[in-house]
Design a protein around this ligand. Structure first.
Ligand code: AMP
Length: 193
């Protein structure tokens, strides 16, 4: 069986920061739907054009777009022991679609690894990242507020969804250093093997 881990958490929790260490250690393909969308925008594709306005507003792109991206990664990536999904699913509809996509392959979600931080820490982290990475959606106060609201309204309900099927595991990602938080995430991953 392939492994399908969901790296979950609000924007700025450190999903992208810790994904490399996890995927390297467990031979997983790291799949960030946000990164895939930013690549489409950079390439100037029609999909990128459609996504850009939504991303810049701090809204989600339509479920079908990211579901299609995820499915095509599952179809094409070989030579790994599994996948580390970062930023997907973000809605209940996406979680249900993921369950269907995996069931059709005789597979299932292995576990959800959740990195939790408060709204105040989200704002601090995104402000720091804006200075380093130059993401358009990190630069505007209105966009950040919308992403936080979008997280609470559309993504947070996934916690109950995955608690109900026993797959939800959480650590707090508000330690003082990246190393402290990474050690917690890797300890949690180790406990799931
Ligand atoms: P991220 O890099 O994960 O913070 O994603 C950046 C932006 O891309 C989000 O604020 C959304 O606008 C969009 N996005 C990324 N993943 C998804 C998803 N699973 N569903 C809908 N929109 C997404």
């Amino acid at each position: 069986m392939m492994k399908y881990y969901i790296l979950f958490g609000p924007p700025g929790a450190g999903k992208g920061t810790h994904a490399g260490a996890i995927s390297e250690k467990y031979n997983l393909k790291h799949v960030s739907t946000g990164e895939l969308l930013r690549a489409e925008i950079a390439a100037g594709s029609p999909l990128g054009l459609q996504a850009k306005a939504l991303i810049d507003a701090g809204a989600l792109v339509p479920d079908e777009i990211v579901e299609g991206m995820i499915e095509s990664v599952f179809d094409t990536v070989k030579g790994v022991d599994g996948f580390l999904l970062d930023g997907f699913p973000r809605t209940i509809a996406q979680a249900e679609a993921l369950d269907k996509i995996l069931a059709a392959r005789g597979e299932e979600v292995s576990a959800v690894v959740s990195i939790m931080i408060s709204d105040d820490v989200i704002r601090e982290r995104i402000a720091k990242r804006a200075a380093v990475e130059g993401r358009a959606d990190d630069a505007s106060e209105a966009t950040i507020s919308n992403r936080i609201a979008t997280y609470h309204a559309q993504t947070e309900p996934l916690i109950e969804y995955y608690k109900n099927n026993g797959k939800y595991h959480q650590i707090f990602g508000d330690g003082a250093t990246i190393e402290v938080n990474r050690a917690k995430v890797l300890d949690l991953m180790a406990s799931l093997q």
